[in-house]
Design a binder for this molecule. Sequence first.
Ligand code: ATP
Ligand code: MG
Length: 488
Amino acid sequence: MNFSIPKEIKEVTEKLEKAGFEAFLVGGCVRDLILGRDAKDWDVTTNATPDEIIALFTKTFYENTFGTVGVVNEDTEMENLKVVEVTPYRLESTYTDKRHPDKVTFSQKLEDDLQRRDFSMNSLAYSVSKKEIVDLYNGEKDIKDKIIRTVGEPDKRFTEDALRILRAIRFSSEIGFDISPETEKSILDNTSLLENISLERIRDEFTKMILSPEPMKALLSLRKLGLLSFIAPELEKTVGIEQGGTHSYDVWEHLLRSLQHSADKNYDLETRLSALFHDISKPESRRKGKGKKEWTFYGHEVLGARETKKILTRLKYPNKIIEKVVNLVRWHMFFSDTGQITLSAVRRMIVNVGKENIWDLMNVRICDRIGTGRPKEDPYRLRKYHSMIEEALRDPISVSMLKIDGKKIMEVAKIDPGPVVGFTLHALLEEVLEDPTKNTEEYLENKAKELVKLPIEELKSLGESGKLTKEEADEIEIKKIRKTHKVL
Ligand code: ATP
Ligand code: MG
C-alpha cells in the first residue's frame, strides 16, 4: 500500500525509527487513507515511552493520563498537522466504572494496542517506512464491505466502554457504513450500559451525528436500537403523529427529513438542531375542532421552544447554542402562517428573532418545507421573501433607530422627564413599524406633540405591543395555550 503521507507525519515516524523505536500510523487516519478521505487527525503509535518521545522532538507537550505526547509543528498551515499525537502502545485493563480503564499500561507490542481499539476499521496500523498495513482484525475487508464491527466480542467491548455504541452509529452516518448484524444485536442487548456515560460524552457523539452528512440515518438507528431515550426521549412521542393537510409524513419523519435537508445544504449545527426540534411539541398541540377535518397545532412553536430548551440544557450544550436554537424554534412559524405575508410582519419578526438570526430562520423554513414532502419553494416567492427581509432590515426596528429621541420629545412637546417620554417613543415605534415612511424628524416631532396630550393610560397602551419584551410576550402566549388545553 502506497499512500501519500504529509511530510510532517513522515518526519515524526522517521525520527522515532531512526532512534530505534517502532512507529505506525494508527486508527482513523489509516481507515481514511484507505477510503481516500481527508484524515481529521493523524495519530502515531510507538513502543517508545512518553519520556523517550519527548526527548526526541524539539517542541512537545504532555498533559494527559493516557501517555499521549503532542509533537508540535510550527511551520505548517494545515490545522491537523500543527500537533501530531504520538501515543505509546497501550494495553487496557479492566473497566470497573464502565467508563475509563482502571489503569493505563504501556506495552512493547503493537498487537496489544490494536486489540484495545473499538472497531476493525479503526484497528489498522500503517508503517510509513515499509509501506505496509498491519491488519489483525480483518479491518481492510470490513472497510471494503463498508461494515462496522467490534474488535472482539461486542458484548465485552460495549461493557468496557458504552460510548462505543454511539460511536458505531456516529461512524455509520459519517462514513456511510452499516453496523454488522452481530454488533447491532449486541447494541440492542446492551443499551442500558449508556446510563454509565456522561451526558457531555453523549452530547459530543450526538453533535457529530447531527453534523454528519447523514443525520437522518443516525436518528433512525438511534430509534431502532432503543437509544433515543438517552439523548432526547421527547422525540419518541412524535412517531405516528399524523398531520394531514399538506403534510405527507408524520411529525417524526417530517423532523428527520427537515434535519436531513439541513445537512444536504451543509447548514451549521444550530440550524440543524432547529430543523430537528422545530415541531417537537406538535403532539401536545394537536387538536381538531368540532366538525373540522384538519388538525391544528396552535402554539406548538411556543411549547416547542420550551421543550427544545429543556432538551439542549439537559445535554449541556453551551448557552449560546441553546439560545439560538430556541429562538429559531420559537419563531419558525412566521413564514408558514400566511401566504400573504406583509412587510410589517417581516419587520416584527426581525425584532423578535433578531437581525443576526433572520437568515438562519429563513433556512429553517426551507428545511421545514422540504421536510413536508412539498416541492421546493416557488423561486419567485423565495425571492420575494428575501427581498422583503432585506427591505425590512433597512428599516428601524427599535426606538433607538427612530429619527427622534427622548430628549427631542421633551424639547418639542415641552414636557419634563418621566414615563410619558418612554411611552411616546414606543407609540411612535409602533407607527413606524407599520409604515417606515413615517420615520422622519418632521412627522415624529409633530406626532409626539399630539401623543403627549393623550391620557397617559391610552398613550401607554398605544406603545405597549412595541415595548413588550420577547419574554413577556412568551408568558402571555403560554398562558393562552395552556388555557385552551386546560392544563396548568
Ligand atoms: P475521527 O475521524 O472522528 O477522528 P477516529 O477513528 O480517528 O475518527 P478518534 O475518536 O479520533 O476516532 O479516535 C482515534 C482512534 O482511537 C480510533 O480510530 C480508535 O482506534 C481509537 N478509539 C477512540 N475511542 C475509542 C474507544 N472509546 N474505544 C476504543 N477505541 C477507541
Ligand atoms: Mg481521529
